[in-house]
Design a binder for this molecule. Sequence first.
Ligand code: GLN
Length: 497
Amino acid sequence: MNSKQIHEMGVAELAAAIRHQQTSSVEAAQTLLARAKQHSNLGAYLAFNEELTLKQAEAADARIAAGERGPLLGVPLAHKDIFVTQGFPSTAGSKMLEGYQSPFDATVVSQLAAAGAVTLGKLNCDEFAMGGSNENSAYGVVRNPWDTTRVPGGSSGGSAVAVAARLAPATTGTDTGGSIRQPASFCGITGIKPTYGRCSRYGMIAFASSLDQAGPMAHSAADCATLLSVMAGPDIDRDSTSLDHPAEDYTRLLGQPREGATAAQPLKGLRIGLPQEFFGAGCAPDVIAAMRAALAEYEKLGATLVDISLPRTELAIPVYYIIAPAEASSNLSRFDGVKFGHRAAQYDDLIDMYKKSRSEGFGPEVQRRIMIGTYVLSHGYYDAYYLKAQQIRRLIAQDFQNAFEQCDVIAGPAAPTVAWKIGEKSDDPVANYLADIYTLPGSLAGLPGMSVPAGFGEGGLPVGLQLIGNYFKEAELLQAAHAFQQATDWHKRAPAL
Ligand code: GLN
C-alpha cells in the first residue's frame, strides 16, 4: 500500500493506486479539484468543469472495473489553456478568446482522453504563449509555489505550478522558445519538448507555427515518458507539419543501462557536450554551481563530459524575436472580431471595428509582437530582417549538427537565473527576451530538449538542467534524465504549502 496522499503521487503511482483500487479515479479527481481550489491564490487554474471531470473519472473507473489496463487510465491531468478542449473554455490566456468554447478537442487532448486520462481543468499561461514569466496573461499572474513573490516562468506557468504545487500529477504544456523547459526549471519539475512535428499542433492555438510544439510536464522523466508516448505520433491529415513517423514507446530505455554499460554505471559511453556559450558570464553563479554538481553526478553514472561550442548562441535571441513575431502576426490575423474573437461594442465602420476589437482584445505584449512581425515582413524590410533571420536559423541548426559529431547529448542550464520577482522585468521586454538565451537555439533547430530538477540556487529556488538531444532522440534524453533521477532526489522535492 502506498502511504502517500493522492496529491503527492506522480502519474505512475497514482495509476497503480487506482488500478489496485486503493483509490478510484473519481476520488483522485475530487481530491485534486479540492486542492486546486484551496490553492487558487497561485493562479494556476483558469477553468474547471467539475461535472464533466467526474463523468470522465466515472467512465475511467468503469473501464478499470471491466478489466482494462493502461498507464494513464483514470489519471487526472490538466491542460495548458492553449489546447482547445471541449466542455471547457479555451482562451490562450487572452481576453480576445474570453468565453470561447471549442467544438472539438486538440489532438493531444483527445489522445490523452482516449488513453483514459481525466481532464481536471485548464491552466493559465502567457497570452498566446508569448512570454517567459506568465505575467502576460489577461487572467492574472501565476505565483511560484517555492516563493509566491516570484514568477513561475512561462509561458506554461500554470502547467508548471500545477505540478510543482501538487495540484495535478502532470500537465500539458507547449514550447515555442522554451515555454516547457524554463517554467519546469523555475518550478523544480521535469518537462520535455519533443522534436518539432512529433506532437500534433491540431487544436493548439497557434503562436509561431514553425516552432510550436507540445509536451508533458510532470514530477519525473519516467512520467514524462509515459505521457509523451500517448501525446506524440503522426496526425498528417490535420497538421501539415506533423511528422509521418510512427508513435514510439518513450519508456523503453528507462532504467536500461546503455549498450556496453553496467548497472553501476548505466550511462557509460554517454558523451555529454557542454557548450562554452552556456556557461559564460551571462549565467548566474548559483546556477553554474548547480550545473557543476549535476554534471559530477553524471560522471559518476559513467558519462564523459566534452567541451563543445554553439558559436551562434547569442544570435538565437534576435533571430527568434524576428521569426516568432513574424509568424505570430500572420497567425493572429484571424482574430478580427468576425471570424474569431472579441468584437468591440461600438465602432464607426469595418476598419474601425477591426482596430477597436484588436486593441481591446490583445494585451500589450501581443500587440508589440504583431507590430514587430508586421514590420519585419513588410516590403523593403523582409530581406533585411526576416530572410536574414531564416538564414541564420539554418546556421544555428548546423552548429548543433557539428556539435553532435562530438557528443550524444548537450547539457547546460535551462535559464541563466532562478525565478525572478513578479514585476521585476515587467517594464523591460528585452530583459525578458534575454532570459530565453539557452532555450531558443534548440527551438530554432527543432531539437528535443528537456529540463530536469538539479538542485536549488539563490533564495532556495529550483534550478533546472537542460538536456538537448538530436532529432528523434527523446528516448535517449529520457533515459539519461531517468538515470539522474534514480541517483538524486531533487525531482521529489515539493514546496511547503
Ligand atoms: N519566452 C519565449 C517568448 O516569449 C518563449 C515562449 C514560448 O515558448 N511559448 O516567446
